[in-house]
Design a protein around this ligand. Structure first.
Ligand code: ACO
Length: 370
């Protein structure tokens, strides 16, 4: 038995949800470029769950369900108030999503109907959780979700307590479309491993959030912003990046396990970053990002991934840096739940092997002699 480090190149399951073939990403066979331009996040979530785009009445029904489920159980909302000051936002989300199960009578109902209902419920409640957490830690009252509006609109509304700007809603909605699913990425794999034991959907999503938190995965979007803040201004970009590369340090938001010729999602976020910069009259983050790309691609041949331009986009939208990865979770909840439903449909326990590299033929030395 020989291990493949990081399971690189290992095909671990079949899936009909999303594919990456020759650098092209599709959801249910539809190119991500087409979806980014022509579909809303709610349409994409429906597509991931049901395998086809919704017609108008199906979309209305989904929006109605989101509206019905988006408020949090009082127990969960109250528990957010006792999280210690300075709690990491992804740790808060992980704990809060796990606690949602405690207030859902159907948490352990494994019927197909109950699981799809829970998928929709989790999708509806994650944005409310994040917005409530963000307000409570600032000593503000949480804002109750609106009914009949998009997830992007509702999240910005609940976060800021004011009607969001249409440009901001459109930009966030497109970012949610771009992050919704991504084949067997680390967090989706974590979700599938968990539910393949026939554990419940909340356990699967809790595992996924834990995996997304890390800076080699979803946590990279926040790490990109940390880097942009450290750099401080356009004039410092070149020396900062050159030093990092000379020290063989990783530049966050670059590189990808699967895409070697560029992440197809990055160009949409770059365009959004440029347009938002122009609209707000503040181009520096965009220009710094372009310069970083020029240097990293020029010297290392590494291209930006989905996280790189997300940082300047979310900052321009006025979103605090530590909510970038939770926003990724809002979007990816659709993909995670779709994968969990697919895993249940055709389940087998996921239990690979390890190549043993430890000592052999050891014996127990009596404790007095150790
Ligand atoms: N900056 C500088 N060098 C890099 C980077 C980077 N961002 N990414 C990879 N490299 C280098 C590595 O140092 C390594 O060089 P070496 O062979 O000289 O040691 C080589 O490229 C291969 O890198 P690995 O880390 O082995 O590639 P792997 O496929 O395991 O990792 C990963 C992919 C984790 C995305 C990596 O590119 C990385 O750490 N990027 C930065 C973090 C990041 O942006 N993560 C988000 C990914 S997208 C997502 O999850 C949403």
């Amino acid at each position: 038995m020989t291990a493949t480090k990081g399971l690189e190149g290992i095909v671990a399951t079949t899936s009909s949800i999303s594919s990456i073939i020759d650098g092209v990403l599709t959801y249910r066979g539809i190119n991500i470029d087409d979806l980014a331009e022509n579909a809303s996040f709610e349409e994409v979530a429906y597509l991931l769950w049901y395998g086809k785009l919704p017609n108008q009445s199906e979309l209305n029904e989904l929006l109605q369900q989101f509206g019905a489920y988006s408020a949090l159980p009082a127990g969960v909302l109250d528990s957010l108030k006792i999280y210690p000051k300075g709690t990491n936002s992804m740790a808060a989300l992980r704990t809060a999503v796990s606690s949602l199960a405690l207030f859902d009578e159907q948490a352990n109902d494994m019927s197909k109907e109950a699981n799809i209902k829970k998928a929709i419920k989790i999708q509806a409640q994650i944005p409310t959780l994040i917005a409530a957490f963000a307000r409570i830690r600032e000593g503000k009252e949480p804002v109750a979700p609106k009914k009949g509006v998009s997830i992007a609109y509702n999240f910005l509304y609940m976060l800021n307590g004011t009607e969001p700007d249409q440009v901001a809603v459109k930009a966030l909605d497109q970012a949610l479309v771009l992050h919704a699913d991504h084949e067997l990425n680390a967090s989706t794999f974590a979700a599938r491993v968990t539910v393949a034991t026939l554990s419940d959907i909340y356990s699967g999503i809790t595992s996924a959030i834990g995996a997304l938190k890390g800076p080699l995965h979803g946590g990279a979007n926040e790490a990109v912003m940390v880097m942009l803040e450290e750099i401080g201004s356009f004039a410092n970009v070149e020396s900062y990046i050159n030093d990092k590369l000379a020290n063989k340090e990783k530049i966050m938001g670059f590189g990808h396990r699967v895409y070697k010729n560029g992440d197809p999602r990055a160009k949409h976020l770059q365009k959004m970053s440029r347009e938002l910069g122009k609209l707000t009259g503040s181009m520096e983050l965009y220009e710094m990002s372009v310069k970083i790309e020029e240097l990293v691609t020029g010297q290392k041949g590494l291209k930006p991934n989905v996280d790189f331009y997300s940082a300047s986009v979310y900052t321009t939208l006025g979103i605090p840096r530590d909510l970038f990865t939770p926003i990724f979770a809002i979007s990816r909840a659709s993909g995670w739940t779709a994968h969990i439903l697919e895993q249940y449909e055709n389940n087998r326990l996921i239990r690979p092997r390890a190549e043993y590299t430890g000592p052999v033929d050891q014996t127990v030395t009596p404790i007095t002699q150790r």
